[in-house]
Design a protein around this ligand. Structure first.
Ligand SMILES: Cc1ncc(C[n+]2csc(CCOP(=O)(O)OP(=O)(O)O)c2C)c(N)n1
Ligand SMILES: [Mg+2]
Length: 346
């Protein structure tokens, strides 16, 4: 039985989540936005509308939505990887700007200079989009440090922002991860390290590459709490995220969260996805986080099937509009090739 060889967690007692109708719909809508946006990306990529590597997030939505929706939009910092479209969307970057970036247009959130792996938005406190594995971890740690520094060294009372730093299981075998865990505890930084353990780093299975595959245990080794959470259950992720945000904002320091999740597509759209066996895929497909939340909301009378369908349709229109916007936007003018290399050009 494949389920016996999969690392999963006991079912989260959803009643502990005490979710309201409004919160439930916000989480649902954000996950649907992530899913439909990525499906559209695949379509546009295969139609030749975008170039370079495009890494999709299908299946992992509960992690982005569950964590980022526990934060303050536009104030708290979010740091991603090359699998960054959905973190950008959860952080509030409009779908139009994310899609236009993928199309390499000047209306994109990185002015068309970044593309899929380099989403950035100063307005939405999105720190990137990074092509190198683990590259965002020190950047996010730096963001958390400046918050702490402004508050404690410069006496700025308004400096209570929290940083969420997302990265994959593969990144946890990189030295920057350990250096940053050390500094974050040493200085009690307001940061949440979120490992999206989707079992694979391209074609390398996590347990083949890692001496102790239970990543959350590495938190306590550095003096911070480490938690494992079912990354296919948004209520579990969101509940834990709220605790970690509260802790960080109160000056109590960092938290390491290991979310057990799975990507429903290949590593990138150039990957034929032949290494993972079908049984494993079926097991994780059956744990679709969007369906799980939909069932919960309907069961608990927090939403009706019609309401959820209306959200699906509304979001589909948002995604279609994003494509139209991206298609009709202009490419950056070649004369501006070197503009925006430095912050002064903003
Ligand atoms: C420093 C560095 N080494 C190698 C690569 C090539 N590479 C790109 S993605 C990837 C796998 C990373 O897997 P993981 O961190 O688990 O993230 P996931 O793709 O599963 O989201 C590797 C090795 C890279 N981009 N950067
Ligand atoms: Mg991975």
């Amino acid at each position: 039985m494949v389920s016996e060889r999969e690392r999963t967690l006991p079912t989260f007692e959803a009643d502990h989540a005490s979710i309201t109708h409004e919160e439930g719909l916000i989480l649902y809508e954000d996950m649907v936005l992530g899913r439909l946006f990525e499906d559209k990306c695949a379509e546009m990529y295969y139609r030749g509308k975008m170039f370079g590597f495009v890494h999709l997030y299908n299946g992992q939505e509960a992690v982005s939505s569950g964590i980022i929706k526990a934060m303050r939009p536009g104030e708290d910092f979010v740091c991603s990887t090359y699998r960054d479209h959905v973190h950008a969307l959860s952080a509030g970057v409009p779908a139009r700007e994310v899609m236009a970036e993928l199309f390499g247009k000047e209306t994109g959130c990185s002015k068309g200079r970044g593309g899929s792996m380099h989403m950035f938005s100063a307005q939405h406190k999105l720190l990137g989009g990074f092509a190198f594995v683990a590259e965002g971890i020190p950047v996010a740690t730096g963001a958390a440090f400046q918050t702490k520094y402004r508050r404690e060294a410069l006496g700025d009372e308004s400096a209570d922002q929290v940083t969420a730093c997302f990265f994959g299981d593969g990144a946890c075998n990189n030295g920057q991860f350990y250096e940053c865990l050390n500094m974050a505890t040493l200085w009690k930084l307001p940061i949440i390290f979120v490992v999206e353990n989707n079992k694979w780093a391209i074609g390398m299975a996590h347990e083949r590459a890692t001496s102790d595959p239970e990543i959350y245990k590495k938190g306590p080794a550095f003096g911070m709490p480490g938690y494992e959470v079912d990354g296919m259950d948004i209520l579990a992720v969101h509940t834990l995220a709220k605790e970690a945000v509260t802790r960080a904002r109160a000056g109590e320091g960092p938290t390491l969260i290991e979310a057990l999740t799975y990507r429903f597509r290949g590593h990138s759209l150039a990957d034929p996805d032949e290494l993972r066996d079908q049984e494993e895929k079926e097991f994780w497909f059956s744990r679709d986080p969007i369906k799980k939340l939909a069932n919960y909301l309907i069961e608990k009378d927090l939403a009706s099937a019609e309401q959820l369908k209306e959200i699906d349709q509304k979001i589909q229109a948002v995604v279609d509009d994003a494509v139209e916007f991206a298609e009709s936007s202009s490419e950056p003018d070649p004369s501006e090739l070197y503009r925006f290399v430095f912050a002064e050009d903003q």
